[in-house]
Design a protein around this ligand. Structure first.
Ligand code: ADP
Ligand code: MG
Length: 322
């Protein structure tokens, strides 16, 4: 049986880029560039809570890093390096090989080398903790508290696909033809790293959508002391959801988690610049509404300008008037 050290050497020890000290010492070392702030974030993924037991290891390795890169994207930061804490019930080499492949492949795409971590045995299933480090020019990070009434609200990509995939999987509908179109959105989300960096210093507030658009937008609204008005018809609903009843679309697009799209605000005067930066980043963006004064609360208007009254996640008449 391979020792912990053999496993680390085999699956997680990669040559560190020039100027960095990677796996093998007590700490990893790297230096921030002058004029940059370090952006850092950690996410913990627990089997049974954040991913289904039996999830394909390659997809899991990808997703564990992807959700963290998504946090860097939401700050407008460029990925620099990451750390991996891993607790596994047994040293299953086929599992480790797949997991490491998925992880390193995404790390390579985004220039985010694994430079350290910790590995231990677990008596309670798999737990994965990834920490990322990025950098962003001082003062240019996309903070949740930077939204202002009158800002446009934007969303990247499409909404609802991961939600539909999870619904189909949990309902045992693995043979549903629609699953093929949305499964990757759930298992292999593509963090919007290029878009986030392209928006640094241009957009105001930003957040990545992990818990659902309305819920995550709520964090921007709290931090920025704003309300929001969204337009249902402007939401970039994933095409696999077309034809579903409206209440299901509303639930998936406004309440669906695991989307890893960016929701951000920007000055209306910067509309063209936002579109140009999004084009450069190769990521579609949609203008879905506005930030409004806090007293106006949160509303989602239908095609006739009438507020939808059943919003997902207990957001009905969210805070309006209070
Ligand atoms: P320590 O006893 O100092 O915590 P370890 O024996 O846990 O050291 O780890 C040895 C080296 O391997 C360290 O450089 C550590 O960062 C790295 N390492 C351990 N586990 C992982 C992992 N899952 N991914 C990447 N690096 C790891
Ligand atoms: Mg250790």
């Amino acid at each position: 049986v391979a020792s912990e050290f053999d496993l680390i050497a085999r699956y997680f020890s990669r040559p560190a880029p020039a100027g960095m000290l990677g796996v093998g010492d007590d700490c990893a070392l790297f230096a921030p560039d002058p004029g940059m702030q370090v952006a850092t974030s950690t996410d913990l993924l627990i089997e049974g809570r954040h991913f289904l037991a039996g999830t394909e290891p390659r997809a899991l390795g990808h997703k564990a890093l992807a959700v963290n890169l998504s946090d860097l994207a939401a700050m407008g930061a460029r990925p620099r390096a990451c750390l991996l804490g891993l607790a596994i019930p047994r040293p299953d080499e086929a599992w480790l090989e797949g997991f490491a492949e998925g992880f390193h492949a995404l790390a390579d795409i985004h220039g985010c080398p694994l430079i350290g971590g910790d590995t231990t045995r677990s008596d309670h299933g798999i737990a994965i903790s990834v920490t990322v480090f990025g950098d962003v020019a001082a003062g240019q990070a996309l903070r949740r508290d930077a939204g202002r009434p009158g800002d446009d609200l934007w969303v990247s990509g499409a909404l609802g696909a991961a939600h539909l995939a999870l619904e189909l999987m949990l309902a045992g509908r693995a043979d549903d033809a629609r699953l093929a179109a949305v499964r990757d959105a759930m298992e292999r989300p593509e963090p919007r790293v290029a878009l986030g960096q392209a928006l640094a210093g241009l957009a105001h507030a930003a957040i990545d959508i992990s818990d659902g658009l309305l819920q995550d937008l709520g964090h921007i609204l709290d931090a920025s002391a704003c309300g929001a008005r969204l337009h249902y018809a402007a939401l970039p609903v994933h095409e696999a959801l077309r034809g579903l009843p409206r209440d299901r679309i509303v639930r998936a697009a406004l309440g669906g988690g695991d989307a890893y799209e960016l929701c951000f605000s920007a000055a209306p005067a910067d509309r063209e610049r936002v579109l140009e930066q999004a084009r450069r980043a190769g990521t579609p963006v949609s203008r879905v509404g506005q930030l409004v004064p806090r007293e106006q609360g949160v509303s989602v208007l239908d095609e006739a300008g009438k507020p939808l009254d059943a919003l997902p996640g207990g957001f009905d008449h969210f805070r309006s008037g209070s």
